[in-house]
Design a protein around this ligand. Structure first.
Ligand SMILES: Nc1nc2c(ncn2[C@@H]2O[C@H](COP(=O)(O)OP(=O)(O)OP(=O)(O)O)[C@@H](O)[C@H]2O)c(=O)[nH]1
Ligand SMILES: [Mg+2]
Length: 494
């Protein structure tokens, strides 16, 4: 008899044990990263044989441990191993079934020498309730894969082949499906670990559950639970963006002695800094919510440098890249780095943002733009008007804020934790959060400066909460669909 006492199968109430196995470099560790939403799990690299030991990770539903996933080293020489297994079976003089053959191999000297890596994989597979066999779908169907599957099926645990890299144009899903069917593996799943399809995780767990029959019940609950978590995450994310937009739209800062250019310029600079910091806070919160970090964003295209948004929220090239055209006045303001409306005596000036240019660009710019704006307006701006003056964020900048956050949100939604390429927020074609006038909710926010947290004097009320909620709901419909968001299209903000 073969000694199988070292093999401990899980019991009915234990968490399920799933071994993640396959040829080297097919994305096994990457799969664990994505399923656990932990970008720090294990080591991932384009080099073969990166994972050298079995490493476990847990999938919980609340506090309940449902699944233990085991990452394993890649199998490297299945053809030679199969020869050894066949020779051992022939030499033993007894007809052994699959698991007994594997157990016999595990006790032989080669299992701790030449085939040490493969032995770790097989030991873990024997101890598991099922195995996910990860395939690089770009690879042609070669004999080595057939031999690997031949050996793995000998362990007598259900095997679910998982086609990885399916988003790559070289992936040949059809060829793999045919080849696997010939090996009597008819249930398989396509799952790109770097950019999993929405709902892909659910399909994976459901298919695995069918192979596990009654023991699959926990997986079905896990699938539902994780989808609910994803939905809650999306709601929380759109609330973060809605909060930012209401904060920014409502913000209005009174400027005393505004007729002094230097004072106003200083106030404008401070205002811009607060808007940028507020946007940064939203980015940080979104990254945290999705369990990503600043390393996941390309510093050049998403205007982030060293973990901070670069100071180009008000930069005309940012606006142009996002497909947002500026009115002449706003463009002039933006050119000088001030996307801010100045309200004089409570009324917004049409070309108000140009004031930023007048004041921020120094006397020379002031003269240049002042001439362009005409004498009367120039007079008005440069100090002959009495009464209150307020700074507030330009409509165009609000649109940029919304577009950037929605784009980031969309990228985070579709990103697996195995992804190594950074998010490049240089949308092509450029999405815009809305077309034309400011949406009604934000227009309304404009009327309630106390709703903003940009300056200390916040005065929140139930109406603000309702506005944030309503805005978040619109944002949810914009982000609910998979694929490229069309922010300006149907369902866009009005
Ligand atoms: N584009 C893309 N790259 C992927 C995908 N999955 C894995 N990779 C990359 O493929 C390489 C190998 O990934 P790993 O997760 O280390 O593969 P592994 O199977 O654990 O490798 P070993 O531990 O060496 O057996 C890494 O460079 C990954 O970033 C995918 O779905 N798409
Ligand atoms: Mg690995």
């Amino acid at each position: 008899m073969t000694d199988t006492t070292a093999i401990h199968k899980s019991k009915a109430n234990d968490p399920l044990r799933i071994a993640v196995v396959g040829h080297t470099n097919t994305g096994k560790t990457s799969l664990l990263r994505t399923l656990t939403r932990d970008a720090g799990f294990g080591e991932v690299s384009p080099r073969p044989s990166t994972t050298r030991h079995v490493e476990g990770a847990r999938l919980n539903l609340g506090r309940e441990l449902i699944v233990e996933l085991y990452d394993t080293p890649g199998m490297e020489d299945a053809i030679a191993l199969l020869e050894v297994l066949d020779a051992q079976a022939a030499g033993g003089g007894k007809r052994l079934d699959g698991p007994a053959r594997i157990a016999q191999f595990l006790q032989s000297p080669v299992a701790s020498s030449r085939f040490e890596q493969e032995a770790k994989v097989l030991r873990q597979t024997l101890q598991s309730d099922a195995a996910l066999y990860v395939i690089d779908a770009r690879d042609p169907v070669l004999a080595k894969y057939r031999d690997e599957l031949d050996i793995l099926t000998s362990c007598a645990v259900p095997i679910l082949p998982l086609l990885n890299f399916v988003r790559d144009p070289r992936a040949d899903e059809r060829a793999w499906r045919d080849a696997l069917a010939r090996l009597r593996l008819h249930v398989l799943v396509s799952f790109d670990t770097v950019a999993p399809a929405r709902g892909g995780e659910r399909v994976l767990y459901e298919k695995l559950a069918t192979l596990l029959d009654q023991r699959g019940e926990g997986l079905l609950r896990l699938a539902v639970g994780h989808e609910q978590e994803a939905q809650q995450r999306r709601i929380a994310a759109t609330q973060l963006v809605a909060e930012l937009l209401v904060d920014a739209a409502a913000c209005r800062e009174r400027v005393d002695r505004a007729d002094e250019a230097a004072v106003l310029a200083e106030a404008l600079a401070e205002f811009n800094r607060r808007v940028r910091d507020r946007e940064q806070a939203c980015v940080d919160a979104l990254l945290g919510l999705y369990r990503f970090s600043h390393r996941d964003i390309e510093a050049t295209s998403l205007p982030l440098t060293e973990g901070r948004w670069r100071d180009d929220l008000f930069d005309p090239t940012t606006l142009t890249a996002l497909g947002i055209s500026l009115g002449r006045g706003a463009a002039a303001g933006a050119a000088a780095g001030f996307g801010v409306d100045l309200m004089l005596g409570g009324a917004t000036l049409g070309a108000a943002a140009a004031i930023g240019a007048l004041l921020g660009g120094g006397l020379q710019t002031a003269r240049r733009f002042g001439r362009r704006l005409g004498g009367a307006l120039r007079q008005k701006i440069l100090g002959s008007v009495t009464g209150s003056r307020f700074l507030r964020i330009d409509d165009t900048i609000l649109q940029v804020l919304a577009t950037r956050q929605l784009f980031l949100l969309h990228a985070l939604e579709g990103r697996g934790h195995a992804a190594v390429a950074q998010i490049a927020v240089a949308p092509e074609p450029a999405p815009v959060a809305w077309k034309g006038d400011l949406p009604a909710i934000l227009r309304r926010a404009r009327e309630y400066p106390g709703w903003s947290t940009l300056y200390e004097s916040s005065n929140w009320d139930a109406e603000r909460e309702r506005s944030v909620e309503a805005l978040a709901q619109v944002l949810q419909t914009l982000t609910a669909e998979a694929g490229q968001p069309r922010f300006g299209g149907r369902g866009a903000l009005r």
